[in-house]
Design a protein around this ligand. Structure first.
Ligand code: PXG
Ligand code: PLP
Length: 438
């Protein structure tokens, strides 16, 4: 059954080549475990956990049941000046697995909202402490922090920024950490580049620390092509932030919930931020939800003034939505039942070996991996950036495998329930596609 193109017009699709898609639609209609099914009944192996979010695999019984029951019990509760029990329960459960001291949780509905929330918290935190001049936000080149104005301002993807005017004022960027000349084909964390963190000292020298509120980075950058932090880099960034009283924000929207082998990448790398943004895996992708984790000292700094007054003028109609909270609790149960938040560490060796076996395939110029994240960078077609990788994407889809591409990098982030047979199939399918794309 091919889709009726006249019925595809109304939906303006996000981050999609709309015209190409509507000529040859790729429609998913069902999902279970490691697989999607498309509208033609084909089984599609999910190489990217939906979009870095379905960490426990699709259609998990406990989560489905929790959402169904919640919808019938309490469909909505206003989050402002009101609460419902599952919001508090989920926050406690999240605090229990969080990096050291990050025991205060603010709910949002997406990664983009989490990022803008964390940036606002950082600026307001300094102000409530009497350092109101600390308003400057520092991001990083090649960062992705969602699509809202705060997020694209601190973000470092040209395509996401250039169309949208002057963005937030008072933002600057440190350099990215991608250094293929020294680090190509590193297995796991690349050895070279801790010194890139010193770029923050350059911005401190330029702007003065007294004007800087926070630095935001992804511990592992996903959307911009799977860029890993060089050994010692995040530690150095933490030290420089501490030296200058600058808050460090980790954007863990893709690294959160087990992707790198511990619950959060902060734990994998042994570096604790002041604020941490999450989304995606918080509900296994089933209901939109995001959150910001804060160190208690940040939360407590707001708890001054008359007790009947609102301390932080921020929140969303759907913050801590009952369906999302029910899904989140059942998701944490599912992760615990199957020991999934550390499974990526156990699968990392096998996954890395399989990915790096693609090294000799045509046009592969780098392979990068950590936990259950993989990046395979391809030499671009002359004068047609991103085209070769997109061809590989379409070829894999044709062969029943869903991957992601960003620029000319293939990104893999399979559900954490992945088994050896799936890894083999992913790599074999990619190998074929790379040869055909040569
Ligand atoms: N921060 C990071 C680090 C992300 O990866 C967001 C913020 C925004 O989250 P929302 O929920 O607003 O989309 C993200 C999202 C990809 C891809 O293909 C990754 C994301 C979104 C879309 C595509 O790598 N990450
Ligand atoms: N726009 C208008 C007119 C609103 O009334 C509201 C919320 O009340 C919003 C935007 C924000 O919506 P949300 O809280 O879902 O982010």
């Amino acid at each position: 059954m091919s889709a009726d193109v006249s019925k595809l017009d109304a939906y303006w699709m996000p981050f999609t080549a709309n015209r190409q898609f509507k000529q040859a639609p790729r429609l998913l209609t069902q999902a279970d475990g490691m697989y999607f099914r498309d509208d033609k009944g084909r089984e599609i192996l999910d190489g990217i956990a939906g979009l870095w979010c379905v960490n426990a695999g699709h259609n998990r019984a406990k989560i489905v049941k929790a959402i169904q029951e919640q919808a019938a019990e309490l469909d909505f509760a206003p989050p402002f000046q009101m609460g419902h029990p599952k919001a508090f329960e989920l926050a406690e459960r999240l605090a229990a697995i969080a990096p050291t001291g990050m025991n205060r949780v603010f709910f949002t509905n997406s990664g983009s909202e989490s990022v803008d929330t964390a940036l606002k918290m950082a600026i307001a935190y300094h102000r409530v402490r009497g350092e109101g001049a600390r308003t400057r936000l520092i991001g990083r080149e090649r960062g992705y922090h969602g699509v809202n104005f705060g997020g694209i301002s601190v973000g470092g993807m040209v395509a996401n920024r250039k169309m949208f005017g002057s963005l937030l004022a008072g933002v600057d960027h440190i350099r990215h950490t991608h250094d293929p000349a020294r680090n190509a084909f590193s297995v796991g964390i690349p050895p070279h580049g801790a010194e890139f963190a010193e770029d923050l000292e350059r911005l401190v020298a330029l702007h003065d620390a007294s004007t800087i509120a926070a630095v935001i980075v992804e511990p592992v950058a996903g959307s911009t092509g799977v860029l890993l932090p060089p050994q010692g880099y995040l530690q150095r960034l933490r030290e420089i932030c501490d030296k200058h009283g600058i808050l460090l924000i980790f954007d863990e929207v893709i690294t959160g919930f087990g992707r790198t082998g511990k619950p959060f990448a902060a734990q994998t790398f042994g570096v604790t931020p002041d604020l941490m943004t999450v989304a995606k895996g918080i509900t296994n992708g089933c209901v939109p939800m995001g959150a910001v984790f804060a160190q208690q000292k940040i939360h407590d700094a707001f708890m001054t003034g008359p007790e009947h007054l609102i301390e932080f003028f921020h929140g969303y109609t759907y913050s801590a939505h009952p369906l999302a909270c029910a899904a989140g609790i059942a998701t944490l149960d599912t992760y615990a039942d199957d020991d999934l938040l550390t499974r990526a560490a156990r699968m990392e060796g096998e996954f890395a070996k399989a990915l790096h076996s693609l090294r000799e395939e045509p046009n592969v110029i780098d392979v990068r991996n950590i936990g259950l994240v993989g990046g395979i960078e391809l030499k671009p077609l002359d004068g047609q950036p991103a085209k070769r990788a997109f061809n590989v994407f379409l070829d894999c889809w044709d062969k029943g495998l869903l991957i992601r591409t960003t620029g000319d990098t293939v990104a893999l982030s399979p559900p954490l329930i992945i088994e050896s047979g799936h890894i083999e199939r992913i790599v074999d399918t990619l190998r074929g596609a790379l040869r055909r794309a040569a």
